[in-house]
Design a protein around this ligand. Structure first.
Ligand code: FAD
Length: 619
């Protein structure tokens, strides 16, 4: 059977890829191992978090499904870093894992142009370094113009629990055993990584009364810009906090010799920022406790996830360490924690479109590209599919720049720098994080979503309306002087704000003070009647006004810089600050402009700065 796009894998990357392809009018086939497991959350029952929330919002603004699904199935919504600046806040939601899967499966089944088929893709059909279809374990063959691999942790997956190992894609699910061997034979650089997950325990055996309650926000905010905020009233299920103790740490350290990550049993590197409990105890031996969050996996069942206690220690050790924790003394374990090793493909094998450089029409998205996390995977799935669709239509690729979106940062980091350990998104990875805030993702990206055909005109109109209100408000605040006249002093005094010397722009006054709704109404009476959510946005705009102007100037400078031509006779050899590896690559590729240089894998913004500086002296 002939398709436009075949997506291999129904995880978080695969869902977005399949839906986007179909919604863009491409005849799409999603092949996945178990249809019931479409949208399964392999690890924590949560979506979003610091920087990950940004990815979900961006995905949503471009027309992805993750935000809508989270709003429909979330059981606790919370803004992380709520007391800090908007640029580093992150939305996070506990999800009902069962409902999340059911929602995603239903959407996939009911999306026109999208077929679903359960099987294992065992082989890519490739001729002259070009993929033209796939072959499955049940010997079915499907032809397609584009193939997107989103195999997650499944390629030659190997589960470790103590000395026991078994082949699996994730606990008790079949692995994908042949695909990565073929990818290696095709010349792609295939490596090995590791990740892990904690035990799940039965709520009926947990003593929550001795733990701290960790609730959701009083006024929860939805993820999706398309969810009606006024009607968003999810039930906020509680999570609980408890701690490991020295007794727990003793049990773990006495069993380091049985921990697969230390015995040499596991070869792949694990996620640095999501370490197992044995790793935390070893690396931070001075700590006398580690925080654990108990999170419900669903609203209907009683399984709880022990966030912070990922482990691949033998089961008897896991049982002992869990029982040593306050409130978990009698915990009944439903599923034990484990680690999994799997094959990934070096993401520097990819172009910015996520198409592989060596095999035409083959795209990779998600954990196969060495990332970790549902959100990172989903973002790549969407981008791979958009680019596959555009390529079918012989249109220009869709590449988000680092100053436009975290998605741009994610993909640029992966394809230019690569990674040797599971890559997760952080706000610190984004140079322009003041511009790239969660709450303005719709303003930044909806136009693209609309032009691509993934966002409706109605949605775009709402965004444009918001943009107009915000820009009018900024204009007003940036042109209104507050002077030190008597009545102004009285005004400031009435809202408890600082005195001013001579005069100050209203936008700066709002930007540098703590302004709530009431104070805002006093200061900007003409905008007193707009809704609170928009007011909050205006205050954020005021707070970042000066910084944003500065960052925008930097971006303009960078854009100009990237256009700079590099003369043929320019030599990179001996430029201080450039590593031999970078020099070698630049000499080999001889990029005609700084922009072309920036597309070469391993050429960092710092390296570009050095070349730029030396070019200026050369020209
Ligand atoms: P997945 O969600 O893994 O989906 C892959 C899909 O592809 C599956 O549906 C599978 O059936 C299908 N598939 C694979 N091969 C084939 C084939 N050949 N033919 C047909 N279908 C195929 N992330 C974190 O952020 N933090 C963590 O602490 C964390 N811990 C984890 C622990 C474990 C044990 C596991 C398994 C994952 C963990 N993750 C964690 C990672 C997170 O689950 C992934 O990053 C995310 O699910 C990746 O999405 P994906 O779409 O790339 O792959």
């Amino acid at each position: 059977m002939q398709y436009d796009i075949i997506v291999v894998g129904g995880g978080h990357a695969g869902i977005e890829a399949a839906l986007a392809g179909a919604r863009l009018g491409k005849k799409t086939l999603l092949i996945t191992m178990l249809v019931e497991q479409i949208g399964a959350a392999s690890c924590n029952p949560a979506i979003g978090g610091l920087a990950k929330g940004h990815l979900v919002r961006e995905l949503d603004a471009l027309g992805g499904e993750m935000g809508l699904c989270t709003d429909a199935t979330g059981i606790q919504f919370r803004i992380l870093n709520g007391s800090k600046g908007a640029a580093v806040q992150g939305s996070r939601a506990q999800i009902d894992m069962d409902k999340y899967r059911a929602y995603m499966r239903e959407v996939c089944h009911n999306t026109p142009n999208l077929d679903i088929y359960q099987d294992e893709v065992s082989e890519l059909l490739v001729k002259n370094d070009e993929v033209f279809g796939v072959k499955t374990k049940l010997t079915e063959e499907f032809l397609a113009k584009k193939v997107i691999l989103t195999t997650g942790t499944f390629m030659r997956g190997l589960v470790h629990i103590g000395e026991n190992t078994y082949s699996a894609g994730r606990a008790w699910e079949l692995p994908s055993s042949t695909l990565s061997i073929q990818l290696k034979e095709l010349g792609l650089n295939v490596g090995r990584l590791k990740t892990g997950t904690p035990s799940r325990i039965d709520a009926n055996s947990i003593d929550f009364s001795v733990m701290d309650l960790h609730g959701g926000d009083v006024n929860p905010a939805p993820f999706s810009f398309r969810t009606d905020k006024t009607k968003f009233k999810p039930t906020q299920y509680p999570c609980y906090v408890t701690y490991t103790n020295l007794g727990t740490h003793d049990i773990i350290s006495q069993n380091f010799h049985r921990a697969p990550i230390y015995t040499g049993q596991i070869e792949g590197l694990g996620p640095r920022y999501c370490p197992s409990i044995e790793d935390k105890v070893k690396r931070f031996s001075e700590r006398d406790r580690h925080q654990l969050f108990l999170e419900p996996q669903t609203s209907m069942c009683t399984e709880y996830y022990i966030n912070g206690m990922s482990s691949s220690l033998p089961i008897e050790v896991q049982k002992k360490m869990i029982h040593s924790v306050r409130g978990l003394e009698n915990a009944r374990i439903v599923r034990y924690g484990y680690a999994i090793e799997y094959d990934y493909v070096d993401p520097t094998e990819l172009k910015h479109t996520l198409e592989t450089k060596k095999i035409k029409n083959l795209y990779h998205a998600g954990q196969i590209n060495a990332t970790t996390g549902y959100e990172e995977a989903a973002a790549q799935g969407l981008m791979a599919s958009i680019n596959a669709s555009l390529s079918i239509d012989e249109k220009e690729p869709f590449i988000l720049r680092r100053d436009e979106a975290y998605i741009g940062v994610l993909i640029d980091d992966l394809v230019t720098k690569g990674t040797h350990e599971p890559y997760r998104m952080f706000t610190s990875r984004a140079e322009y994080r003041l511009l790239l805030r969660e709450e303005n993702a719709d303003l930044r990206l909806s136009q693209y979503g609309y032009e691509l055909g993934l966002i409706s005109k109605e949605q775009l109109d709402k965004v444009e309306e918001k943009r107009k209100i915000l820009s009018d408000a900024v204009e007003l605040m940036a042109s209104t002087w507050i002077t030190s006249k008597k009545e102004t002093l009285e005004l400031l005094d009435s809202i408890g704000e600082e005195k001013i010397n001579d005069k100050v722009l209203l936008i700066d006054l709002i930007g540098r003070n703590t302004i709530d709704n009431q104070k805002f109404n006093t200061l900007v009476p003409t905008l007193a009647n707009i809704d609170e959510y928009t007011k909050e946005q205006i205050i954020i705009e005021a707070k970042y006004y000066r910084y944003i102007q500065k960052q925008q100037k930097q971006i303009e400078k960078m854009k100009k810089m990237l256009k700079l031509r590099i003369p043929d006779e320019f030599s990179y050899k001996g430029l201080p600050g450039l590593s031999n590896e970078v020099v070698e690559k630049l000499e080999k590729h001889r990029p005609p402009t700084l922009y072309n240089a920036s597309l070469i894998s391993g050429i960092t913004p710092a390296a570009l700065d050095i070349i730029h500086l030396n070019l200026n002296m050369f020209l």
